[in-house]
Design a protein around this ligand. Sequence first.
Ligand code: ADP
Length: 297
Amino acid sequence: MEFTGRRRSIAGHIALGIGLISILLVLYIGYFLLNWRHGILLVLGILLVLMISCGILLNTIFLVREIRRNEQHDAFINAVTHELKTPVASIRLYLETLQTRPVDEAKRKEFYRIMLEDSDRLLSTIEQVLRTGRVGSTAHRLNPTRIDLDEVIRSSVELVRTLHRVPAEGLRYQPCGPAAVFGDLDEIRAAVTNLIDNAVKYSAAKVNVTVETAKLDGRFVILRVKDQGPGIAKSELDRVFRRFYRVPGPLASRIKGTGLGLYIVRSVAKRHGGRVWAESEGPGHGSTFALQLPIAK
Ligand code: ADP
């Protein structure tokens, strides 16, 4: 409901802008036809009309951008609230059950496992929000060391396999050999994990993900994460890296997220002199995310 309301509001502002500019042009053309002999007045008129048209156009663009930004902030607040509340509510429920009812050993172990998973989920949301603040601020300095990228990727692959219970054949790693990069271990690990985690998360039931590395000109190493998931429309390939941005549609409501992961990956890549991009043949054709980083000398 709220979504349709906002869409209407954006459409309303665009229509108002176009309407005002059209009226202005019609008035001006009428004025021109009536007064075409008074040259100087016409030139002044043209300038005035152009200035007013530009003003209306800029104002409309600004309004539409602001509405979109608000929309994304609201979606982010909702997502974070949901991601914080759900695991806490779940942990509370299990604790209450353990406190008030006799529970046999097997059930008790199962409850502990679920509570641990919920607390991991909670921690990862909190960490994601805190990291967004850190990577977005120039005041936060890197803590650079020489990093074995192969080792980082292996541990991220293992982590994602465990978190999402993916069998080994569903998530494969094909390294090109050892590759060292110079950077902040915590940030590089977060960027690599976000890409692999997304590939598995958005593939949903049928996980078929390949992680591979390749060297470019002996100067860069490229990590490619390929999935056979829902794919991404061409128009969205760049937008997905914006802060809070989630591709609108049924996927965003089915698979929860905050819209921060890829923003973090892009910020980390930039901070390390690298870049990240997405490739996809469109919805239904899977996606590939590539992270390029300079090789340590
Ligand atoms: P989140 O996953 O929390 O929504 P991200 O910044 O990681 O935030 O991703 C932004 C958006 O990009 C996601 O909401 C999703 O629409 C899209 N996306 C990211 N990775 C993939 C992928 N592997 N396949 C399809 N869509 C993806």
